[in-house]
Design a protein around this ligand. Structure first.
Ligand SMILES: [Fe+2]
Ligand SMILES: [Fe+2]
Length: 172
């Protein structure tokens, strides 16, 4: 069963949104590198890789369903930050926005009675819940512990420990 034009359109747009997320998180990593917070930089570098995996999983899904996606231009992230908590807050806001995009994709698939795409998007729905939780925890931790140098050092060490593993839940 072929995907509808509406479904391929929102999924193609979602590829671009995931690449933009990757780009955005690279700028967060750049900010923390500049600040000397290599753990925070590591965390967002890995986040950027995960976002690219999300884009590639949607690309793969479209290709496997006989649709060739178009790689559109990626917008320039233009945020500048005045304090160490600002990227974290911007990250939470961005993930909430991406959740709304994923839910919209799901609604379009639902309207098309496209059960296969709904099932495919299930993983993204759950993932967005986890992403929001992580982003919220990071802002909370920063508010609680980031205000003194030792607390900030411990947080940075914690985020340094994050290791990238390529997504296995869906083919890329
Ligand atoms: Fe994502
Ligand atoms: Fe994300």
């Amino acid at each position: 069963m072929a995907l509808t034009d509406q479904v391929t359109d929102v999924l193609n747009k979602q590829i671009n949104a995931e690449f933009y997320s990757s780009y955005l998180y690279l700028t967060f990593a750049d900010y923390y590198e500049d600040r000397g917070l290599k753990g925070f930089a590591n965390w967002y570098m890995i986040q950027a890789k995960e976002e690219m995996d999300h884009a590639l999983a949607i690309r793969r899904y479209l290709l496997d369903n006989d649709f060739t996606p178009t790689m559109e231009a990626i917008a320039k992230p233009d945020k500048t930050f005045g304090s160490d908590i600002e990227p974290l807050e911007a990250g939470l806001e961005h993930e909430e926005y991406v959740t709304s995009l994923i839910h919209h994709c799901y609604e379009v698939a639902h309207e098309a009675h496209d059960v296969r795409t709904m099932k495919f998007l299930d993983w993204f729905v759950s993932e967005q819940g986890e992403e929001e939780t992580n982003a919220r925890d990071m802002t909370t931790n920063m508010k609680l512990f980031g205000c003194d140098p030792k607390g900030l050092y411990d947080l940075d060490r914690e985020y340094q420990a994050r290791v990238y593993t390529q997504m296995t839940a869906l083919p890329l």
